[in-house]
Design a protein around this ligand. Structure first.
Ligand code: NDP
Length: 240
């Protein structure tokens, strides 16, 4: 897809990978609708971009997906890509688990993506073109102790996305996942709050958010008729 003047919704755009995706797609000439909870961070980011509007919100709010679609159509008259990037990561043994935090993580990392897909796919299918790119993780491909629920959300995202890919074959709408290894972002704050190291500290030379943003753009920029359904990207020094 030629990205010039195309329109994307990006979730989790207030920091880390989402903000980098916004910056990269803006440089490619896309018009953007940015969402996350932090209005101030979104406002600051949008002010640096060429054509970006914001719609702050809680990603688990069932009303938000339709509001995001309506915002894209009202502001820019079309929607071409949805980047489901918002996510949280809680790592804890089942004994020390904060069960509400774990169940909220399931809603943020997985249920919200299903709701957004449900709200936006009818529009994209009718248009006969478009993309949904879901930011999964290396944790969608393998698992480790203490991260079973997070890994489960990303495995579910992998299954949902690949199923959708087959369901949408021939519709002109592509779906894909990106599976990053460790990236230096705020994702591990809840873990650090508990006095433990994030994976970005354990893995030497973690990826930068910009590295993941380039992968998203690579997927979107494939010519018509070519789909890259999965893109697994890790630091060259990653031991896992
Ligand atoms: P950050 O913590 O920097 O970004 C997370 C984003 O999600 C923020 O913009 C945050 O915005 C938003 N978000 C979180 N909870 C909610 C919520 N309830 N409602 C709305 N927005 C929410 O982490 P990353 O950039 O690292 O994470 C982005 C994605 O990348 C996640 O899906 C993560 O699982 C994935 N990933 C990250 C890796 C890493 O090593 N960092 C590795 C592999 C995958 P706000 O707080 O303003 O709401």
């Amino acid at each position: 897809m030629n990205l010039q003047d195309k329109v994307a919704v990006i979730t989790g755009a207030s920091s880390g990978i989402g903000a980098a995706i916004a910056t990269n797609l803006d440089a490619a000439g896309m018009k953007l609708v940015l969402t996350a909870r932090s209005q101030q961070k979104l406002t600051e980011l949008a002010s640096k971009l060429q054509k970006a509007v914001i719609l702050p919100g809680e990603i688990t709010d069932p009303a938000l997906p339709q509001q995001l679609l309506d915002k894209a159509l009202a502001e820019f008259g079309q929607l071409d890509a949805v980047i489901n990037n918002a996510g949280v990561m809680h790592m804890m043994s089942i004994e020390e688990a904060d069960i509400e935090a774990l169940c909220t993580m399931i809603r943020v990392n997985f249920e919200a993506v299903v709701r957004i897909s449900y709200a936006m796919l009818p529009y994209l299918k009718q248009q006969g073109s478009g993309f949904i790119v879901n930011i999964s993780s290396i944790s969608g491909l393998k698992t480790t102790p203490m991260t079973g629920v997070y890994d489960g959300t990303k495995h579910a995202l992998e299954a949902f996305t690949d199923s959708l890919r087959m369901e949408l074959a021939g519709s002109g709408v592509g779906v894909a996942t990106v599976e990053p290894g460790a990236v230096a972002t705020n994702l591990y704050e809840s873990w650090r709050d508990r006095g433990k190291q994030g994976f970005d500290e354990i893995v030497p030379d973690p990826l930068k958010s910009e590295d993941v943003a380039r992968c998203v753009r690579f997927i979107l920029e494939q010519p018509n008729g070519v789909l890259v359904p999965r893109l697994f990207v890790v630091p060259a020094t990653s031991p896992v």
